[in-house]
Design a protein around this ligand. Structure first.
Ligand code: ZN
Length: 61
């Protein structure tokens, strides 16, 4: 069974919020079932992160 969960995203700058749905492909490798409007997924050094589309900054999970 695949593990999946929801992350509540909130941009610290513009206060944009959304719910992302993720699932685990393998440890430290997550897939994204749903990326909320106004957010982007950016691949970084430590995996994939959500960024606010408008502010281009990482958001806190
Ligand atoms: Zn923002």
């Amino acid at each position: 069974m695949m593990t999946s969960w929801t992350e509540h995203l909130r941009c610290p700058k513009c206060a944009n919020t959304g719910d992302a749905e993720l699932f685990e492909i393998s440890p430290f490798n997550n897939g994204f079932r749903k990326v909320p409007e106004g957010f982007n997924v950016v691949a970084g050094k430590f995996g994939k992160d959500f960024h606010c589309e408008a502010c281009m900054i990482p958001v806190a999970p």
